[in-house]
Design a protein around this ligand. Structure first.
Ligand SMILES: C[S@@+](CC[C@H](N)C(=O)[O-])C[C@H]1O[C@@H](n2cnc3c(N)ncnc32)[C@H](O)[C@@H]1O
Length: 280
């Protein structure tokens, strides 16, 4: 492993942003390793959503002092596989304005962003938009000319077999066109080594199955910690919210009892009505 993991950086990587969008958390330590190893000059993420993967890339770029411009493209409106949403962007923008002001959030369709990048300029492209087969194929084919000689393309969700998801199939079509390797955990991540001059560490992983298995085991264990940490944080927040709802409900019951109890008691028992009937 000493030729591949050269420093403890990615082993100790501690992602600052872990939202409830947990799908990418299993790969965050790998993201840190990849930034340290590839040292990309231009990184483009297609599909940012709550920004968990994009923020990890940005954090590693900063911590490793890599001269890299980061671009995250998304409509922040959702797609056929995520479903539609419209409440994510403001919080995400505030987060990046504070922590990674030089990372550019491009709120537009992928097709509209592509003209901003020169051919052969992107060192790291993360394809994580709509996961339908036709959409992934289109994203890959449109953006591939933009990949540099050192370029790497990541495909997320290559192990998801749910209805409508076609990355599984598309990954099996492209993975042999270039050196590649993949992770099964965290919905699966495919790493396609498209450039002819990618760093040797990545090439070793693509051709040495034993080294690759060790590398994957380490990253699965590291990523698992973040996945469970985010889940625990989510349930702690739910617990707190439910606790305060329960407390409010109890107060409301007490208030209603105090205000209305005497009238209710008078109106309910049938013996009271019988007594009144007898008297009148
Ligand atoms: C799976 S999410 C991205 C997840 C993210 N990488 C993470 O770390 O959690 C996919 C995102 O791609 C965006 N998207 C899909 N197709 C798009 C397109 N053609 N143009 C712009 N955004 C798109 C959706 O709005 C959605 O937010």
């Amino acid at each position: 492993m000493k030729n591949i993991i050269k420093t403890p950086y990615s082993l100790r990587f501690d992602p600052a942003r872990l939202t409830q969008a947990i799908d990418w958390h299993g790969h965050l330590a790998f993201a840190a390793w990849l930034i340290e190893t590839l040292r990309p000059h231009i990184l483009v993420e297609l599909g940012v959503f709550r920004g968990d993967s994009f923020a990890a890339f940005a954090q590693a770029v900063r911590e490793q002092d890599v001269d890299c411009k980061l671009f995250g493209v998304d409509t922040w409106q959702g797609d056929a596989t995520t479903g539609t949403y419209d409440d994510v962007y403001p919080e995400l923008k505030d987060y990046f304005d504070i922590h990674h002001p030089s990372a550019r959030l491009m709120r537009m369709l992928f097709d509209s962003a592509i003209s901003e990048f020169a051919d052969g300029s992107i060192d790291l492209l993360h394809v994580d938009g709509c996961h339908e087969y036709a959409a992934v194929k289109q994203d890959y084919e449109m953006w591939k000319p933009k990949i540099s000689d050192r370029g790497v393309i990541l495909f997320h969700d290559i192990e998801v077999l749910a209805d409508g998801f076609g990355v599984y199939q598309y990954w099996r079509e492209v993975r042999d066109q270039y050196p590649s390797f993949s992770f099964k955990h965290g919905n699966g991540l495919g790493i396609l080594l498209v450039g002819k001059d990618v760093p040797e560490e990545l090439l070793i992983l693509s051709r040495d199955a034993v080294e690759c298995e060790k590398f994957k085991a380490i990253h699965e264990a590291l990523g698992g910690r973040f996945f469970y940490r985010a889940k625990a944080k989510y349930w702690q927040t739910e617990h707190k919210n439910l606790g305060s709802r329960l407390c409010n409900a109890q107060l409301e019951i007490e208030r209603l009892n105090d205000t209305h109890a005497p009238a209710v008691q008078m109106g309910q028992p049938s013996w009271t009505r019988r007594l009144i009937d007898k008297i009148t």
